[in-house]
Design a protein around this ligand. Structure first.
Ligand SMILES: Nc1nc2c(c(=O)[nH]1)N[C@H]1C(S)=C(S)[C@@H](COP(=O)(O)O)O[C@H]1N2
Ligand SMILES: [Mo]
Length: 319
């Protein structure tokens, strides 16, 4: 809480660290260089290209493990889909690093299979499931969702998963259950930031039971047609698209139903900046920056932020 000393790097909203995102759209970057000499152009061009093929290589084993999922046409987005490589090279996964553009490298030793997920607390049928058994049991679907980080970057991604509701129905919440607490793996040997900074690891997030039961709330096991690569939170993560990205916890090992509001990771560190609810809202500025607009990773296009990230029809009644 107040006495935790937060190192400087953590306080910099990544949208102010523009050099990191510069290479993610080579064409735009080169265009922005404008009158720069041919030497500079080829230098930047080449390194971006080399980077792209390295990421493609890193993704290869995951791309080969395709997932069959019905495209759910109810969930499409008018805006252009984000390029897969761009999405896989601009990540927040603070267990590994606070530098978004290097997460894909830092997850090298992160083993995401075999993997168990425990569901416990105020449920009739607590259970522990192997993630691949769970995937076999669940009706997978693909949904294209808008995604909005609190730092103002945004993307459009085809996730594969199943409604969290389907999982909760399996374990049968008791009537006293009010919240769903989710916890990320803890292994400082492979995720070195978990050793550092005196932060409250492991990463914890939570939803009200009503939010968790909402049809939009997805347990995600794949992206772009295949299983999740580690940088996106393999093997299983949450996506709650009407909330800021930090709510969408990665690499979940446990789900606990409780009658108390869980103490969530960012809320413990910076309670005035990262509320429990964290619904996307253009009219409520972050204490350190405006939330009125967002920018798309890849194209860098800026758009006005939309209340509930455009999903008000499904979720506004919850608030
Ligand atoms: N365990 C864990 N989950 C996490 C994070 C994290 O650092 N650790 N970062 C969050 C934040 S701030 C965002 S914006 C999204 C980013 O997801 P992506 O890298 O797949 O785009 O993951 C969220 N889930
Ligand atoms: Mo975020």
């Amino acid at each position: 809480m107040a006495n935790i000393k937060i190192p400087k790097g953590w306080e910099i909203p990544e949208n102010q660290v523009t050099p990191e995102s510069a290479y993610i759209n080579r064409r735009k970057f080169i265009k922005d260089l404008g009158i720069a000499g041919a030497g500079a152009l080829s230098l930047f061009g080449t390194s971006a290209c080399a980077q792209e093929s390295k990421v493609a290589k890193q993704l290869e084993p995951y791309r080969m493990q395709t997932l069959e999922a019905k495209k759910n046409k109810e969930f499409t987005v008018k805006r252009e889909q984000t390029d897969e490589i761009v999405a896989a090279t601009y990540n927040n996964f603070y267990e590994f690093t606070s530098s978004k553009s290097t997460v894909w490298k830092r997850v090298e030793r992160f083993k995401t299979r075999p993997w168990e997920i425990e569901i416990s607390g105020l449920v009739e049928k607590p259970m522990t499931l192997d993630v691949d058994d769970l995937i076999k049991q669940m009706p997978l679907e693909e949904r294209i969702y808008r995604f909005r980080c609190v730092e103002t970057w945004a993307m459009v991604v085809p996730w594969i998963g199943f409604p969290m509701k389907a999982l909760l129905e399996k374990v049968q919440p008791k009537s006293e259950a009010k919240y769903v607490k989710m916890v990320t793996f803890m292994d400082p040997d492979v995720a070195p930031h978990q050793n550092n900074f005196g932060l409250p690891w492991p990463y914890v997030e939570g939803l009200t039971l009503a939010e968790a039961m909402n049809d939009l709330t997805l347990m995600v096991v794949g992206v772009y047609g295949h299983i999740l690569p580690p940088q996106h939170g393999a093997p299983i993560r949450l996506i709650a698209p009407w909330k800021y990205g930090f709510k969408s916890i990665k690499s979940i090992v446990s789900i606990e139903l409780t009658d108390k509001k869980p103490r969530t990771f960012w809320n413990v560190i910076l309670p005035r900046e990262y509320g429990f609810e964290a619904n996307v809202n253009p009219n409520v500025p972050h204490p350190r920056w405006s939330q009125a607009t967002e920018w798309m990773i890849g194209s860098m296009e800026r758009h006005p932020t939309v209340i509930y990230n455009g999903y008000g029809e499904s979720v506004a009644h919850l608030y």
